[in-house]
Ligand binder design. Structure first.
Ligand code: F6P
Length: 439
Protein backbone atom coordinates (compact mmCIF):
# COMPACT_ATOMS: atom_id res chain seq x y z
CA UNK A 1 0.00 0.00 0.00
CA UNK A 2 1.40 3.42 -0.85
CA UNK A 3 0.07 6.97 -1.12
CA UNK A 4 -0.75 8.87 -4.26
CA UNK A 5 -0.78 12.53 -3.25
CA UNK A 6 -2.66 14.74 -5.71
CA UNK A 7 -2.41 18.53 -5.69
CA UNK A 8 -2.51 21.33 -8.20
CA UNK A 9 0.73 22.94 -6.98
CA UNK A 10 3.66 20.53 -6.67
CA UNK A 11 6.55 20.64 -4.17
CA UNK A 12 8.96 22.27 -6.64
CA UNK A 13 9.16 23.27 -10.29
CA UNK A 14 11.92 23.06 -12.88
CA UNK A 15 12.73 26.51 -14.18
CA UNK A 16 15.07 27.33 -17.03
CA UNK A 17 17.14 30.38 -16.16
CA UNK A 18 20.02 31.61 -18.30
CA UNK A 19 20.32 28.28 -20.08
CA UNK A 20 20.35 26.22 -16.87
CA UNK A 21 17.52 24.28 -15.25
CA UNK A 22 17.08 25.01 -11.55
CA UNK A 23 14.69 23.38 -9.08
CA UNK A 24 12.56 26.03 -7.44
CA UNK A 25 10.68 25.30 -4.21
CA UNK A 26 7.03 26.27 -4.41
CA UNK A 27 5.37 28.49 -1.83
CA UNK A 28 1.90 28.06 -0.37
CA UNK A 29 0.52 26.06 2.48
CA UNK A 30 -0.41 22.86 0.69
CA UNK A 31 2.87 22.30 -1.16
CA UNK A 32 4.90 23.14 1.96
CA UNK A 33 2.74 21.14 4.35
CA UNK A 34 2.59 17.93 2.31
CA UNK A 35 6.24 17.80 1.28
CA UNK A 36 7.53 16.46 4.57
CA UNK A 37 4.67 13.99 4.87
CA UNK A 38 5.34 12.34 1.53
CA UNK A 39 9.09 12.38 2.21
CA UNK A 40 8.36 10.18 5.24
CA UNK A 41 5.72 7.90 3.69
CA UNK A 42 7.11 7.63 0.16
CA UNK A 43 4.74 7.16 -2.78
CA UNK A 44 3.79 9.23 -5.80
CA UNK A 45 2.95 12.93 -6.01
CA UNK A 46 0.78 13.89 -8.98
CA UNK A 47 0.71 17.62 -9.64
CA UNK A 48 0.58 20.26 -12.33
CA UNK A 49 3.85 20.84 -14.20
CA UNK A 50 3.77 24.61 -14.11
CA UNK A 51 7.53 25.30 -14.41
CA UNK A 52 8.87 26.40 -17.79
CA UNK A 53 11.11 23.29 -17.91
CA UNK A 54 8.71 20.83 -16.23
CA UNK A 55 7.92 19.23 -19.59
CA UNK A 56 11.48 17.85 -19.53
CA UNK A 57 10.74 16.23 -16.15
CA UNK A 58 7.25 14.85 -16.52
CA UNK A 59 8.29 11.94 -14.31
CA UNK A 60 10.98 12.54 -11.75
CA UNK A 61 12.38 10.70 -8.72
CA UNK A 62 13.44 12.51 -5.58
CA UNK A 63 15.18 10.68 -2.74
CA UNK A 64 11.91 9.66 -1.20
CA UNK A 65 9.11 9.66 -3.73
CA UNK A 66 8.15 9.91 -7.38
CA UNK A 67 6.66 13.03 -9.00
CA UNK A 68 4.35 12.82 -12.00
CA UNK A 69 3.30 16.01 -13.68
CA UNK A 70 0.16 16.88 -15.59
CA UNK A 71 1.05 19.28 -18.40
CA UNK A 72 -1.38 21.98 -19.48
CA UNK A 73 -1.45 24.15 -22.57
CA UNK A 74 -1.88 27.91 -22.17
CA UNK A 75 -5.67 27.85 -22.71
CA UNK A 76 -6.09 25.09 -20.13
CA UNK A 77 -3.89 26.98 -17.68
CA UNK A 78 -5.93 30.14 -18.08
CA UNK A 79 -9.34 28.48 -17.88
CA UNK A 80 -8.53 26.02 -15.10
CA UNK A 81 -6.12 28.01 -12.93
CA UNK A 82 -6.35 31.77 -13.53
CA UNK A 83 -10.07 31.85 -14.21
CA UNK A 84 -12.18 29.14 -12.61
CA UNK A 85 -9.91 28.19 -9.66
CA UNK A 86 -8.64 31.64 -8.80
CA UNK A 87 -11.25 34.08 -10.09
CA UNK A 88 -14.39 32.04 -9.30
CA UNK A 89 -13.76 29.51 -6.53
CA UNK A 90 -11.06 31.36 -4.58
CA UNK A 91 -13.03 34.60 -4.02
CA UNK A 92 -16.23 32.62 -3.45
CA UNK A 93 -14.74 30.49 -0.69
CA UNK A 94 -13.21 33.55 0.99
CA UNK A 95 -16.47 35.55 0.97
CA UNK A 96 -15.23 38.11 -1.60
CA UNK A 97 -18.59 38.46 -3.36
CA UNK A 98 -17.56 41.42 -5.53
CA UNK A 99 -14.47 39.65 -6.89
CA UNK A 100 -16.24 36.53 -8.14
CA UNK A 101 -16.05 36.22 -11.91
CA UNK A 102 -17.74 33.46 -13.79
CA UNK A 103 -18.12 32.05 -17.25
CA UNK A 104 -19.00 28.61 -18.42
CA UNK A 105 -15.99 28.31 -20.76
CA UNK A 106 -13.58 28.46 -17.83
CA UNK A 107 -15.66 25.85 -16.02
CA UNK A 108 -15.31 23.66 -19.13
CA UNK A 109 -11.51 23.92 -18.84
CA UNK A 110 -11.69 23.22 -15.11
CA UNK A 111 -13.58 19.98 -15.84
CA UNK A 112 -11.18 19.05 -18.62
CA UNK A 113 -8.12 19.53 -16.41
CA UNK A 114 -9.70 17.68 -13.47
CA UNK A 115 -10.32 14.81 -15.88
CA UNK A 116 -6.68 14.87 -16.98
CA UNK A 117 -5.61 14.55 -13.36
CA UNK A 118 -8.05 11.65 -12.87
CA UNK A 119 -6.63 9.87 -15.94
CA UNK A 120 -3.11 10.13 -14.64
CA UNK A 121 -4.20 8.84 -11.22
CA UNK A 122 -6.04 5.91 -12.82
CA UNK A 123 -2.96 5.00 -14.86
CA UNK A 124 -0.65 5.25 -11.82
CA UNK A 125 -2.65 3.54 -9.06
CA UNK A 126 -1.77 0.00 -7.97
CA UNK A 127 -4.45 -2.12 -6.36
CA UNK A 128 -4.20 -1.01 -2.71
CA UNK A 129 -2.82 2.51 -3.13
CA UNK A 130 -4.53 5.27 -1.19
CA UNK A 131 -5.48 8.22 -3.35
CA UNK A 132 -5.37 11.50 -1.44
CA UNK A 133 -6.72 14.49 -3.39
CA UNK A 134 -6.32 18.07 -2.14
CA UNK A 135 -8.16 21.32 -2.42
CA UNK A 136 -10.48 23.45 -4.44
CA UNK A 137 -8.62 23.22 -7.74
CA UNK A 138 -9.35 19.48 -7.95
CA UNK A 139 -12.88 19.12 -6.59
CA UNK A 140 -14.16 17.13 -9.61
CA UNK A 141 -11.38 14.53 -9.56
CA UNK A 142 -13.35 12.12 -7.28
CA UNK A 143 -16.31 12.01 -9.65
CA UNK A 144 -14.11 11.35 -12.69
CA UNK A 145 -12.27 8.58 -10.82
CA UNK A 146 -15.55 6.90 -9.93
CA UNK A 147 -16.77 7.17 -13.53
CA UNK A 148 -13.52 5.52 -14.66
CA UNK A 149 -14.18 2.65 -12.28
CA UNK A 150 -11.27 3.34 -9.91
CA UNK A 151 -11.95 1.46 -6.66
CA UNK A 152 -9.01 2.54 -4.47
CA UNK A 153 -9.60 4.18 -1.07
CA UNK A 154 -10.19 7.86 -1.73
CA UNK A 155 -9.38 10.73 0.66
CA UNK A 156 -10.15 14.37 0.08
CA UNK A 157 -8.75 17.29 2.09
CA UNK A 158 -10.20 20.76 1.66
CA UNK A 159 -7.64 23.39 2.67
CA UNK A 160 -9.47 26.69 2.32
CA UNK A 161 -12.56 27.91 4.20
CA UNK A 162 -15.91 26.38 3.33
CA UNK A 163 -18.47 29.17 3.29
CA UNK A 164 -22.01 29.14 4.73
CA UNK A 165 -24.50 27.15 2.66
CA UNK A 166 -26.34 30.34 1.73
CA UNK A 167 -23.20 31.89 0.27
CA UNK A 168 -22.14 28.65 -1.41
CA UNK A 169 -25.35 28.45 -3.40
CA UNK A 170 -24.28 31.55 -5.36
CA UNK A 171 -22.07 29.21 -7.39
CA UNK A 172 -23.66 28.15 -10.67
CA UNK A 173 -21.95 24.73 -10.46
CA UNK A 174 -22.94 24.18 -6.83
CA UNK A 175 -24.47 20.74 -7.54
CA UNK A 176 -21.38 19.26 -9.22
CA UNK A 177 -18.79 20.24 -6.65
CA UNK A 178 -20.41 18.98 -3.45
CA UNK A 179 -21.63 15.85 -5.21
CA UNK A 180 -18.13 14.95 -6.38
CA UNK A 181 -16.45 15.55 -3.02
CA UNK A 182 -19.15 13.54 -1.25
CA UNK A 183 -18.12 10.47 -3.28
CA UNK A 184 -14.88 10.13 -1.29
CA UNK A 185 -14.41 7.64 1.54
CA UNK A 186 -13.18 10.29 3.90
CA UNK A 187 -13.32 14.10 3.65
CA UNK A 188 -11.39 16.38 5.99
CA UNK A 189 -11.45 20.07 6.85
CA UNK A 190 -9.30 22.28 9.07
CA UNK A 191 -12.05 23.57 11.36
CA UNK A 192 -15.36 22.31 12.63
CA UNK A 193 -17.12 25.31 11.06
CA UNK A 194 -15.89 24.46 7.55
CA UNK A 195 -16.98 20.85 8.00
CA UNK A 196 -20.47 21.86 9.12
CA UNK A 197 -20.76 24.40 6.31
CA UNK A 198 -19.83 21.74 3.76
CA UNK A 199 -22.48 19.35 5.05
CA UNK A 200 -25.12 22.06 5.11
CA UNK A 201 -24.20 23.07 1.56
CA UNK A 202 -24.60 19.49 0.39
CA UNK A 203 -27.86 19.01 2.28
CA UNK A 204 -29.38 22.25 1.05
CA UNK A 205 -29.14 20.81 -2.47
CA UNK A 206 -29.51 17.06 -2.01
CA UNK A 207 -31.19 16.67 1.38
CA UNK A 208 -29.97 15.02 4.56
CA UNK A 209 -27.19 12.45 4.10
CA UNK A 210 -26.38 10.31 7.12
CA UNK A 211 -23.22 8.95 5.56
CA UNK A 212 -21.68 12.43 5.39
CA UNK A 213 -21.82 12.68 9.14
CA UNK A 214 -19.73 9.52 9.42
CA UNK A 215 -17.13 10.30 6.79
CA UNK A 216 -16.40 14.01 7.29
CA UNK A 217 -13.73 15.00 9.83
CA UNK A 218 -11.94 18.01 11.28
CA UNK A 219 -8.15 17.87 11.59
CA UNK A 220 -6.08 21.07 11.35
CA UNK A 221 -2.94 20.62 9.26
CA UNK A 222 0.13 20.62 11.51
CA UNK A 223 3.69 21.76 10.82
CA UNK A 224 6.95 19.86 11.24
CA UNK A 225 7.29 21.35 14.72
CA UNK A 226 10.65 19.75 15.46
CA UNK A 227 12.37 21.26 12.47
CA UNK A 228 11.03 24.74 13.23
CA UNK A 229 11.69 24.69 16.96
CA UNK A 230 15.33 23.55 16.81
CA UNK A 231 18.03 26.01 17.77
CA UNK A 232 18.20 28.55 14.98
CA UNK A 233 21.15 29.10 12.75
CA UNK A 234 20.93 32.85 12.44
CA UNK A 235 22.23 33.71 9.02
CA UNK A 236 23.12 37.28 9.85
CA UNK A 237 22.96 39.68 12.76
CA UNK A 238 19.58 41.07 13.74
CA UNK A 239 19.17 44.53 12.24
CA UNK A 240 17.37 47.46 13.93
CA UNK A 241 19.02 47.22 17.35
CA UNK A 242 16.95 50.13 18.71
CA UNK A 243 13.56 49.06 17.44
CA UNK A 244 11.12 46.23 17.96
CA UNK A 245 10.58 44.25 14.79
CA UNK A 246 7.02 43.59 13.69
CA UNK A 247 7.16 40.84 11.07
CA UNK A 248 4.86 39.30 8.47
CA UNK A 249 5.17 37.12 5.41
CA UNK A 250 2.33 36.42 2.99
CA UNK A 251 1.64 35.49 -0.57
CA UNK A 252 0.49 38.57 -2.46
CA UNK A 253 -3.24 37.95 -2.14
CA UNK A 254 -6.23 40.17 -1.33
CA UNK A 255 -7.44 37.59 1.22
CA UNK A 256 -4.34 38.29 3.31
CA UNK A 257 -5.44 41.83 4.21
CA UNK A 258 -2.17 43.48 3.13
CA UNK A 259 -3.46 46.93 2.22
CA UNK A 260 -5.69 46.95 5.30
CA UNK A 261 -2.67 46.03 7.42
CA UNK A 262 -0.47 48.89 6.27
CA UNK A 263 -3.41 51.22 6.90
CA UNK A 264 -3.53 49.84 10.43
CA UNK A 265 0.19 50.58 10.80
CA UNK A 266 -0.55 54.16 9.83
CA UNK A 267 -3.40 54.31 12.34
CA UNK A 268 -1.03 52.93 14.98
CA UNK A 269 1.41 55.79 14.35
CA UNK A 270 -1.38 58.37 14.47
CA UNK A 271 -3.01 57.03 17.61
CA UNK A 272 0.17 56.15 19.47
CA UNK A 273 2.82 58.68 18.38
CA UNK A 274 4.98 57.62 21.36
CA UNK A 275 5.81 54.41 19.44
CA UNK A 276 7.10 56.11 16.28
CA UNK A 277 10.73 55.17 15.69
CA UNK A 278 10.39 52.43 18.35
CA UNK A 279 9.41 49.80 15.79
CA UNK A 280 10.07 48.67 12.24
CA UNK A 281 7.48 46.72 10.29
CA UNK A 282 9.34 44.12 8.19
CA UNK A 283 6.82 43.13 5.55
CA UNK A 284 7.75 40.21 3.28
CA UNK A 285 5.47 39.49 0.37
CA UNK A 286 5.94 36.62 -2.06
CA UNK A 287 4.74 36.74 -5.68
CA UNK A 288 1.60 34.72 -6.40
CA UNK A 289 -0.85 34.17 -9.30
CA UNK A 290 0.78 36.87 -11.35
CA UNK A 291 -1.42 36.04 -14.36
CA UNK A 292 -4.59 37.11 -12.54
CA UNK A 293 -5.49 40.78 -13.00
CA UNK A 294 -6.78 41.28 -9.42
CA UNK A 295 -3.35 40.32 -8.10
CA UNK A 296 -1.54 42.77 -10.37
CA UNK A 297 -3.85 45.58 -9.26
CA UNK A 298 -3.34 44.67 -5.63
CA UNK A 299 0.45 44.90 -5.96
CA UNK A 300 0.17 48.42 -7.31
CA UNK A 301 -2.20 49.54 -4.56
CA UNK A 302 -0.08 48.01 -1.83
CA UNK A 303 3.19 49.47 -3.05
CA UNK A 304 1.70 52.94 -3.55
CA UNK A 305 0.32 52.87 -0.05
CA UNK A 306 3.60 51.76 1.50
CA UNK A 307 5.44 54.51 -0.39
CA UNK A 308 2.90 57.08 0.78
CA UNK A 309 3.18 56.04 4.44
CA UNK A 310 6.98 55.86 4.42
CA UNK A 311 7.11 59.26 2.73
CA UNK A 312 4.84 60.76 5.34
CA UNK A 313 6.31 59.27 8.51
CA UNK A 314 9.90 58.31 7.64
CA UNK A 315 12.95 60.48 8.22
CA UNK A 316 16.68 60.38 7.50
CA UNK A 317 17.35 57.55 9.95
CA UNK A 318 14.09 55.60 10.10
CA UNK A 319 11.26 54.31 7.91
CA UNK A 320 8.26 52.55 9.42
CA UNK A 321 7.81 49.87 6.74
CA UNK A 322 10.65 47.82 5.27
CA UNK A 323 9.00 46.06 2.35
CA UNK A 324 10.42 43.16 0.33
CA UNK A 325 8.71 41.44 -2.61
CA UNK A 326 10.43 38.14 -3.49
CA UNK A 327 10.66 34.41 -2.75
CA UNK A 328 12.82 33.42 0.19
CA UNK A 329 14.15 30.06 1.30
CA UNK A 330 13.29 28.30 4.55
CA UNK A 331 16.56 29.12 6.34
CA UNK A 332 16.19 32.86 5.76
CA UNK A 333 12.55 32.66 6.73
CA UNK A 334 13.43 31.01 10.06
CA UNK A 335 15.95 33.76 10.72
CA UNK A 336 13.32 36.42 10.07
CA UNK A 337 10.89 34.62 12.36
CA UNK A 338 13.52 34.58 15.10
CA UNK A 339 14.07 38.35 14.71
CA UNK A 340 10.37 39.23 14.96
CA UNK A 341 9.28 40.56 18.36
CA UNK A 342 5.72 40.59 17.08
CA UNK A 343 4.20 38.69 14.14
CA UNK A 344 1.29 40.56 12.58
CA UNK A 345 -0.88 38.08 10.72
CA UNK A 346 -4.19 39.59 9.77
CA UNK A 347 -5.90 37.85 6.83
CA UNK A 348 -9.45 38.91 6.01
CA UNK A 349 -10.17 35.18 5.67
CA UNK A 350 -7.80 32.22 5.63
CA UNK A 351 -8.28 28.45 5.63
CA UNK A 352 -5.74 27.94 8.41
CA UNK A 353 -2.45 29.91 8.09
CA UNK A 354 0.82 28.05 8.43
CA UNK A 355 2.90 31.21 8.90
CA UNK A 356 1.32 31.83 12.32
CA UNK A 357 2.23 28.30 13.36
CA UNK A 358 5.78 28.44 12.06
CA UNK A 359 6.40 31.74 13.82
CA UNK A 360 5.16 30.39 17.15
CA UNK A 361 7.35 27.31 16.77
CA UNK A 362 10.49 29.36 16.05
CA UNK A 363 10.19 32.37 18.33
CA UNK A 364 11.61 32.26 21.84
CA UNK A 365 9.94 35.42 23.13
CA UNK A 366 7.70 36.80 20.41
CA UNK A 367 4.02 37.67 20.37
CA UNK A 368 1.48 36.73 17.77
CA UNK A 369 -1.25 39.14 16.68
CA UNK A 370 -3.72 37.05 14.71
CA UNK A 371 -6.87 37.70 12.71
CA UNK A 372 -10.05 36.17 14.12
CA UNK A 373 -10.77 35.03 10.56
CA UNK A 374 -7.78 32.73 10.12
CA UNK A 375 -8.77 29.10 10.71
CA UNK A 376 -5.83 28.62 13.08
CA UNK A 377 -7.18 31.27 15.47
CA UNK A 378 -9.62 28.64 16.75
CA UNK A 379 -6.67 26.67 18.07
CA UNK A 380 -4.03 29.22 19.13
CA UNK A 381 -5.51 30.57 22.33
CA UNK A 382 -2.45 32.56 23.35
CA UNK A 383 -2.54 34.82 20.29
CA UNK A 384 -3.78 38.39 20.57
CA UNK A 385 -6.89 38.26 18.39
CA UNK A 386 -7.87 41.12 16.16
CA UNK A 387 -10.48 42.09 13.61
CA UNK A 388 -8.62 43.02 10.40
CA UNK A 389 -11.62 45.03 9.18
CA UNK A 390 -10.93 47.61 11.87
CA UNK A 391 -7.66 49.53 11.65
CA UNK A 392 -8.54 50.91 15.09
CA UNK A 393 -8.64 47.43 16.59
CA UNK A 394 -5.46 46.27 14.86
CA UNK A 395 -3.59 49.40 15.96
CA UNK A 396 -4.77 48.95 19.57
CA UNK A 397 -3.56 45.35 19.52
CA UNK A 398 -0.15 46.42 18.21
CA UNK A 399 0.11 48.93 21.07
CA UNK A 400 -0.93 46.22 23.53
CA UNK A 401 1.76 43.90 22.15
CA UNK A 402 4.43 46.62 22.26
CA UNK A 403 3.69 47.09 25.97
CA UNK A 404 3.29 43.48 27.01
CA UNK A 405 5.64 42.23 29.74
CA UNK A 406 8.00 39.31 29.16
CA UNK A 407 6.35 36.86 31.59
CA UNK A 408 2.92 37.36 30.00
CA UNK A 409 4.46 36.86 26.54
CA UNK A 410 6.05 33.59 27.65
CA UNK A 411 2.84 32.37 29.29
CA UNK A 412 0.96 32.92 26.02
CA UNK A 413 3.68 31.24 23.98
CA UNK A 414 3.93 28.13 26.13
CA UNK A 415 0.36 26.97 25.52
CA UNK A 416 0.58 27.58 21.79
CA UNK A 417 3.89 25.77 21.43
CA UNK A 418 2.47 22.82 23.33
CA UNK A 419 -0.54 22.68 20.99
CA UNK A 420 1.65 22.74 17.87
CA UNK A 421 4.05 20.18 19.25
CA UNK A 422 1.19 17.72 19.88
CA UNK A 423 -0.70 18.45 16.68
CA UNK A 424 2.16 18.36 14.22
CA UNK A 425 2.20 17.12 10.61
CA UNK A 426 2.77 13.51 11.71
CA UNK A 427 -0.28 13.66 13.96
CA UNK A 428 -2.32 15.15 11.11
CA UNK A 429 -1.35 12.59 8.48
CA UNK A 430 -1.86 9.66 10.88
CA UNK A 431 -5.29 10.91 11.89
CA UNK A 432 -6.40 11.26 8.29
CA UNK A 433 -5.00 7.93 7.14
CA UNK A 434 -6.59 6.40 10.24
CA UNK A 435 -10.08 7.45 9.12
CA UNK A 436 -9.88 4.86 6.35
CA UNK A 437 -9.55 2.07 8.92
CA UNK A 438 -12.69 3.28 10.67
CA UNK A 439 -14.71 3.09 7.45
O1 F6P B 1 -5.07 26.03 0.03
C1 F6P B 1 -4.80 27.15 -0.73
C2 F6P B 1 -3.65 26.93 -1.70
O2 F6P B 1 -3.92 25.98 -2.65
C3 F6P B 1 -2.42 26.63 -0.90
O3 F6P B 1 -1.62 25.72 -1.52
C4 F6P B 1 -1.72 27.93 -0.85
O4 F6P B 1 -2.19 28.66 0.24
C5 F6P B 1 -2.12 28.63 -2.07
O5 F6P B 1 -3.39 28.15 -2.35
C6 F6P B 1 -1.17 28.47 -3.23
O6 F6P B 1 -1.71 28.97 -4.36
P1 F6P B 1 -1.20 28.65 -5.81
O7 F6P B 1 -1.15 27.16 -5.98
O8 F6P B 1 -2.21 29.30 -6.67
O9 F6P B 1 0.15 29.26 -5.89
Amino acid sequence: MSIIMVTSRGPFSNEKKMGKVVKQQNVGGVATGLKKIIERHGGTWICWGDGNADHLFQEEFTDHYKIKRVLLNSREKKGFYDDYSNSTLWPLFHYFREKIEHDSTSYGFYRQVNKKFAEMIRDSAEKDDIIWVHDYQLSLVPQFLKEMGVKNPLLFTWHIPWVSSEFYTILPEREDIVKSIAMCDSITFHTQKYRTNFRHSYERIYGYNKELERKTFTFPLGIDYRSFSHEQVTISKRPFADQKIIFSIDRLDYTKGLVERVNAIEMFMKKYPEFREKFVYLMMVTPSRTGVEEYEKLKERLEMNIGRINGLYGNLTWVPIVYMYRQINEEILKTYYSWGDIALITPMKDGLNLVAMEYVAVTKKGLLILSEFAGISEYLRGAIKTNPNSDDDVSDKIAMAMRMKGDEVLRRLRGMKEFLRKHDDRWWANKILGTLERN
